[in-house]
Structure formats: structure tokens, C-alpha cells
Design a protein around this ligand. Structure first.
Ligand SMILES: NC(=O)c1ccc[n+]([C@@H]2O[C@H](COP(=O)([O-])OP(=O)(O)OC[C@H]3O[C@@H](n4cnc5c(N)ncnc54)[C@H](O)[C@@H]3O)[C@@H](O)[C@H]2O)c1
Length: 340
């Protein structure tokens, strides 16, 4: 049987390199497309080269001609679109670049798929930020952290879209384009509205990837600033669980086409910022000094994904609990101190 082919844009990023390794291990032929703009992307690419075989295309998704060339060169069975400008803060200071990469860049990849391999399953890595502030979701302080009062299962896909920040708008546009290309052109495209993903090979910085950033900063003695009161809560999902969900979606194009899914750890994997600091202090046996600053604009007190749609549609469930997943992340940072 011929091997299946997957194109992973942003494949040298955190999620991308984990996905590339996962699909290669299952005997897929993998093409990684990345412009290597993200800090650490070159290291992830070198790590991938040390561990597996794949084709690499040093291409920017803003470059339509080269995106077309890459997409038309192979008959892809799946396209995993991860390439993005990923920080809300950067999107506020440079909304034009954010739009060009996230909105236009996604359009380039999606439209190239429409032209050259419309039967490929297209997974668009979207974000929970498409729901904005979610004013209707009430929250209260419970046991030292914020919790929903009227969303016991978390935020579902029926929540109204309310793009907030240039990043929310550009990713939201990409999210809707993917779903609409599925409706209009019958491309099996889906948007995965991801919550907080963590795991090895995440070069987290203060502006993005907070779980990894806290682990890196704690181990390297860098300052950690808590914006707000530290009691804000997110659901966290290990990258391996996310990649398994991608695979499940690729296996079931009819079930996922034109559908959006909220993807995260759900109510069983919630962490406040201070919970994570406590876990790090315990594991590393040290006291982590904290700096405090005001809430950042738009920072939600709580965001937890309702993952029941994905669970029932694909029979998928998160398998890695936050304690063991974070322990694994800390070990990875400790083993790779020189990389940060
Ligand atoms: N990690 C999370 O917690 C999270 C949460 C929600 C959504 N997402 C989405 O998942 C995707 C992957 O996130 P990640 O954490 O792996 O981010 P990442 O920054 O580690 O990876 C993104 C990759 O895209 C590449 N890239 C950036 N601009 C590009 C361009 N113009 N052309 C080609 N490549 C480009 C970067 O070099 C990087 O390797 C992104 O679309 C992100 O918005 C991530």
C-alpha cells in the first residue's frame, strides 16, 4: 500500500515538529513547510532531522507562488495548517503582519489545496480566541481560582463568535474560511479551536506558551511576571493528545468536514497560573520569585473548553494528565537548558 502524504505548514514549530514525528512514526511521508521565523524553529528542525526523515520547504505562507508550488508537487492526503503569527501582543503592535500571515497566509494554503488537492483533509489550527470575552459565561472565585458558574462543561462550539484583538480577527477569518471552503468546494476542511497546548519542544516566551515559559523561566532563574492575580484558569492539553486528535480527524473526513471543534484538556485538566507555579516549586524544590503587573487587556479570568463534541464525533479523549505531562515538560527543559 502506498504511504500517505501529509503537508505540515509551521512544521518546525512546537506543535508542528511533534506532529511531523508522530506521522512519520506511523509511516506517513511528511513535508514540513516553515519560514523558521519562530525562535526555536531552527532547533526543532535540527531535532526532527536527527530523529526522522522528511522533506523540508523553507517557504513563507505569504508567498503564494511557492505555496502553490509545494502543494501541487505531491498528492497530499492531508494538510495540517499550523503556520501562524501566534502572539496576541504582537498582533496588537503589528496587525498588518498578523493579517498577512494568519488570514492571507491561511487563504493561500487553503486555496492552493482547492486548486491542487481538494480531496486532502485540511485541518486548520484555530484558537479559542475566536470566542472573545464570552460575556455570557459567568465566573466566580472558588478554592482560590476562577471557575465558571454557568458553563459546567466549559465553552462549547455553540458559543457566539466574537473576535477580539487582531490575532482573534485574523485567526477567526482563517477559521471561517476553512469551514466555508468545506461547504462551498466540498474540501474536507475543519477548524480545531485549540486551547492551551503544552509539551516538549515548546520554546515558550512571556507572550505565548505560558506553561513552557514558566517551566523555562523557573529552571533558568529568569523573572516571571504574573499579569492579574494569578488565579486565572485555563484548560491544558498535552501536544501528543492534540496530535492524536488530528490523526483521528484525518481518518474521518466525513465527520469533520465543515465542522469546528473545541480542543483542549477540558474540565479535567484545568490549571491556574498559581497552580502551575506551585507544581513547579514542588517538583524543582525551589521558591520561585514572582513579579506582579496589571491584567492584560482582554485576559479572560477563565477559559475551559467543552470537548464533548470532539469526544463523541471521533471517540477521542485526552490521555495525558496535567501532572505527568508537566513533569515531562520540565524534564525536557532541564535536559535542554543550553537551548534557551
Ligand atoms: N500552542 C498553543 O497553545 C496554541 C493554542 C491555540 C492555537 N494554536 C495554533 O496552533 C498553531 C501551532 O502553534 P505552535 O504553538 O506550534 O506555534 P509555533 O510558533 O511554535 O509554530 C508556528 C510555526 O509557524 C512558523 N511560521 C510563522 N510564520 C510563518 C510564515 N509566514 N510562513 C511559514 N511559516 C511560518 C514558525 O516559524 C513556527 O515554526 C498556530 O496556528 C497557533 O495559532 C496554538
Amino acid at each position: 500500500m502506498p504511504t500517505k502524504r501529509i503537508l505540515i505548514t509551521g512544521g518546525a514549530g512546537f506543535v508542528g515538529c511533534n506532529a511531523a514525528r508522530f506521522f512519520r512514526a506511523r509511516n506517513w511521508t511528511v513535508t514540513v513547510l516553515d519560514n523558521l521565523s519562530r525562535q526555536g524553529a531552527d532547533k526543532n528542525l535540527a531535532w526532527l532531522r536527527d530523529h526522522t526523515s522528511f522533506d523540508f520547504e523553507h517557504v513563507d505562507v505569504r508567498d503564494r507562488a511557492n505555496v502553490d508550488r509545494v502543494v501541487s508537487e505531491q498528492r497530499y492526503d492531508a494538510v495540517l495548517h499550523l503556520a501562524a503569527q501566534v502572539a496576541v501582543t504582537t498582533s496588537v503592535t503589528d496587525p498588518g503582519t498578523d493579517f498577512a500571515i494568519n488570514a492571507m497566509g491561511t487563504f493561500h494554503v487553503l486555496d492552493a489545496v482547492r486548486c491542487h488537492c481538494p480531496e486532502a483533509v485540511f485541518i486548520n489550527a484555530s484558537t479559542n480566541k475566536v470566542y472573545g470575552k464570552i460575556a455570557a459565561a459567568e465566573y466566580a472565585l472558588r478554592d482560590g481560582r476562577y471557575a465558571y458558574v454557568n458553563r459546567p462543561f466549559g465553552i462549547s462550539e455553540t458559543e457566539p463568535l466574537d473576535f477580539l484583538s487582531p490575532y482573534g480577527c485574523s485567526k477567526g477569518a482563517a477559521d471561517q474560511y476553512a469551514l466555508d471552503f468545506a461547504r462551498i468546494y466540498q474540501i474536507p476542511a475543519t477548524s480545531f479551536r485549540q486551547s492551551c497546548i503544552y509539551g516538549p519542544r515548546q520554546f515558550g516566551v512571556e507572550d505565548q506558551g505560558w506553561v513552557a515559559w514558566f517551566a523555562i523561566a523557573s529552571l533558568l532563574g529568569r523573572d516571571i511576571t504574573i499579569f492579574g492575580d494569578g488565579r486565572q484558569v485555563r484548560d491544558v492539553l498535552h501536544v501528543e493528545d492534540l496530535v492524536r486528535a488530528y490523526e483521528a480527524a484525518i481518518r474521518a473526513p466525513d465527520k469533520v468536514a465543515a465542522q469546528a471543534f473545541n480542543v483542549g484538556g477540558g474540565p479535567n485538566s484545568m490549571l491556574s497560573l498559581l497552580d502551575l507555579i506551585g507544581m513547579l516549586e514542588e517538583r524543582l524544590q525551589l521558591r520561585i520569585p514572582l513579579r506582579w503587573d496589571d491584567w492584560r487587556p482582554g485576559d479572560q479570568r477563565v477559559y475551559v473548553s467543552d470537548i464533548r463534541k470532539l469526544e463523541t464525533t471521533l471517540g477521542w479523549k485526552p490521555e495525558i494528565d496535567a501532572n505527568s505531562g508537566i513533569a515531562q515538560l520540565i524534564d525536557w527543559v532541564a535536559r535542554n537548558r543550553a537551548a534557551f
